[in-house]
Design a binder for this molecule. Structure first.
Ligand code: GLV
Ligand code: MG
Length: 363
């Protein structure tokens, strides 16, 4: 067992000290690009101001004979790009693949100073994080990095789901976890053939009417295939102070269902999702930013609650310590996003002003 007092000691001589808290940086959309595809890589500078996170993908969707081109393309793009406040992440190949070791060695030694987070796919348990943790420390020391690279796990195996709590708490490097519905479906032997989202066959039907009524129009409601896993992932992340994300939504043309899936994740506690196509960037920005109306309401409750204890009635709704805390979550997220997104900041300001005016008129 590792002693608690050693948890924040660097795992290699010369490696930077681990972070004690995951820095909250907006990451509403983790935008994937293939760094070996020159056309895509050329679009990176234009994407930087539009997204919170750019992720150079080396794993699935990059063919086996393009793996090295993708790795070297990422080194080239990272060196040539000024990312400003936008984060640069990478998804390396899975730890049992022939590419993972070279991915980590090359990227940390060549562009470690530019990389914020390494996403590790197909994580099955704490042992996978411990391996990456030590290796990153050795490489950081070799590259003389002064800040640690964080680690993000994809939850996409049945073992990973069974061990999600130990994964979330495996290292101070753990930044967050994303749901990987496509690989998870395969690993669990689900009978779907898609990347995330719902399925028309997964439904609950209303009870039949009285015997003999025929009842031709019994309504049925589609259910969310991912509810259990997302909720479990959110609890594991919240318990360990790291951030949960929905992953990919593969039906690029179905922007409505994508928005719904992202919103379910947001309401359950996720802070962002992957965007696989530029059209999904704006969906994620909209969904993972609290609405101006919710932000204005949150501030109304916070102001009315004073020190946050006791109870007040606002517009007929009871508010107490617990709703005050929920409102703080919304208001603090809005502040963090507004600091990065001036247009959103203005919409929040206008909604709060309108809400204060309406309240003044109501008095
Ligand atoms: C993502 O990698 C997934 O498998 O859904
Ligand atoms: Mg996957």
């Amino acid at each position: 067992m590792r002693s608690a007092k050693d948890f924040f000691r660097p795992l290699a001589v010369g490696a930077p000290a681990p972070v004690r808290e995951v820095p909250f940086r907006p990451s509403r959309m983790i935008h994937f690009f293939d760094p070996g595809n020159e056309k895509m890589a050329a679009k990176v500078p234009a994407l930087v101001p539009r997204v919170d996170v750019l992720l150079g993908n080396l794993e699935d969707a990059v063919a086996a004979d393009r793996k090295e081109a993708a790795r070297h393309g990422l080194v080239k793009t990272a060196r040539a790009t000024d990312f400003g406040a936008t984060q640069l992440w990478t998804r390396v190949n899975s730890l049992d693949s022939p590419w993972a070791l070279d991915d980590l060695v090359t990227l940390v030694t060549e562009i470690g100073d530019k990389l914020d987070v390494v996403m590790v796919p197909k994580v099955e348990g704490a042992q996978d994080i411990h391996y990456v943790d030590r290796l990153l420390a050795q490489l950081e020391a070799r590259a003389r990095l002064t800040r640690p690279i964080l680690v993000h796990a994809i939850l996409e195996t049945a073992a990973g789901v069974a061990n999600v709590e130990e994964i979330a708490g495996a290292s101070p490097r753990m930044q967050g976890i994303s749901l990987g519905p496509a690989d998870l479906a395969a690993d669990r032997r689900m009978k779907t053939t898609r990347v995330g989202g719902g399925h028309p066959g997964y439904l609950v039907r209303a009870d039949p009417g009285p015997a003999g009524s025929g009842d031709p129009d019994r309504p049925a409601y589609q259910q969310d295939l991912w509810h259990y896993t997302i909720a479990r992932m959110v609890d594991a992340c919240a318990a360990h102070g790291i951030l949960p994300y929905y992953g990919p939504f593969g039906d690029i043309g179905d922007v409505t269902a994508c928005e719904d899936q992202f919103r379910n994740a947001f309401l359950l506690g996720c802070v962002g999702a992957w965007s696989l196509h530029p059209v999904q960037i704006d969906i994620a920005r909209k969904v993972f930013s609290p609405s101006p109306e919710d932000v204005a309401w949150a501030h109304r409750v916070i102001e009315a609650m004073g020190d946050g204890t006791g109870a007040v009635m606002i517009d007929g709704k009871m508010q107490d310590d617990a709703t005050y805390k929920q409102c703080r979550v919304v208001a603090e997220l809005a502040d963090a996003l507004a600091a990065r997104d001036p247009e959103l900041a203005e919409r929040y300001r206008a909604a709060r002003a309108a809400s204060a005016d309406a309240e003044g008129e109501g008095r």
